[in-house]
Design a protein around this ligand. Structure first.
Ligand SMILES: Nc1ncnc2c1ncn2[C@@H]1O[C@H](COP(=O)(O)OP(=O)(O)OP(=O)(O)O)[C@@H](O)[C@H]1O
Ligand SMILES: [Mg+2]
Length: 320
């Protein structure tokens, strides 16, 4: 196997705050190979966006990144700002949560898509390339002249995807790309992403709190809780037969797309996720875990293999 597109080795991110350090990402190992799609799931605050932003060092100033984040084998923590500018858009790009805020309201969308292309000096006929990109994401090329407010939420998210594709990166990181959209448009944008990563053979790290969204888009799934990955494996198997009690609860809490009978109140996920600056001892999920045992509060549980290509961080015996 060649060099992974992205490899995180014991990656950590701490936020410096007036109340001390907030450990948002606490030792994550994750690997994405060329053309591979990986979904990252977990409740609000578990560190998904922080992890995503660490890949291109887009973290806020009060963040401290530790461990290794290797992009095409190169550690982003060692990159100069010049080198970072060169790899952003060209090797990896990010589609953020909520396109409304990510687009500049006073610039035509075509000019915004053209920006990374010009920045990287790619292609002489930028206008043609912008039209091509718009068509690739299912918008007519003439929409290049539109301002963001003239487009619907779904169309704006397509513009964001076009922008992410502009310099033909090997990896796209999509942070909740469909959360702000209604269910129909969400399905269309997901289909588009899936189709594009297949067609262009791009690696994808897709973030969502909704496991069913990830399972329909990604080959592998990583489930995050309190800054750590607690389960990882092939997406369909993890969703069908979760090993970790947290994955089970998360799968039960979000209804399957299109399954009206499961559209009830969240089940199996009582209580709130822990405050990262005040984590419970042992397994951080133990206070909410329906299967907790006395030893769970005293043991720091690490990921271990539970089946072929599957790992889980739980003391329970699992039979998959
Ligand atoms: N700039 C910051 N300064 C201090 N703490 C922060 C900062 N940004 C995020 N945090 C904290 O880090 C933790 C992880 O936040 P993050 O945004 O990565 O979570 P998330 O999983 O993406 O959540 P969501 O699903 O709501 O987007 C949270 O506890 C959050 O409060
Ligand atoms: Mg987030």
């Amino acid at each position: 196997m060649g060099e992974p597109l992205l490899e995180l080795r014991s990656a950590t991110v701490d936020y410096r705050t007036s109340n001390g350090l907030v450990p948002a990402v606490r030792g994550v190992d994750l690997r994405i190979d060329a053309g591979q799609t990986v979904g990252l799931a977990g409740e609000s605050g578990c560190g998904k966006s922080t992890l995503a932003m660490s890949v291109l060092r887009l973290l806020p100033r009060n963040a401290v990144l530790g461990g290794e984040v290797l992009l095409g084998g190169e550690n982003v923590t060692d990159m100069t700002w010049g080198r970072l500018r060169a790899v952003r858009w060209a090797e990896a790009s990010v589609v953020f949560q909520g396109a409304m805020h990510a687009l500049n309201p006073v610039l035509r969308v075509g000019d915004q898509i053209a920006e990374p292309i010009r920045l990287h000096g790619k292609g002489s006929d930028v206008e043609r390339r912008v039209g091509e990109l718009l068509e690739q994401v299912g918008l007519p090329a003439r929409r290049a002249k539109a301002y963001p407010h003239e487009l619907s939420g779904g169309q704006r998210q397509r513009v964001m995807i076009a922008m992410a594709l502009a310099c033909s990166p090997g990896l796209i990181i999509a942070d909740e790309p469909t959360t702000a959209l209604d269910v129909m448009v969400q399905a269309q944008v997901l289909d588009l992403l899936k189709h594009l990563v297949d067609e262009l053979d791009i690696g994808l790290l897709m973030i969502s709190h909704d496991l069913s969204v990830l399972a329909s888009t990604c080959q592998r799934l990583a489930v995050m809780y309190a800054g750590r990955i607690v389960e990882q494996g092939p997406a369909v198997e993890v969703l069908r037969n979760p090993a970790h009690p947290y994955t089970k609860a998360l799968a039960a809490a979000f209804p399957t797309i299109g399954d009206a009978s499961s559209r009830l109140a969240p089940r199996g996920l009582a209580g709130d996720p822990p405050d990262p600056s005040d984590l419970p001892s042992g397994c951080p999920f133990h206070p909410r875990c329906p299967s907790a045992m006395p030893e769970c509060s005293g043991t720091d549980v690490l990921l271990r293999p539970v089946a072929e290509a599957r790992t889980s961080a739980c003391l329970l015996e699992v039979h998959l």
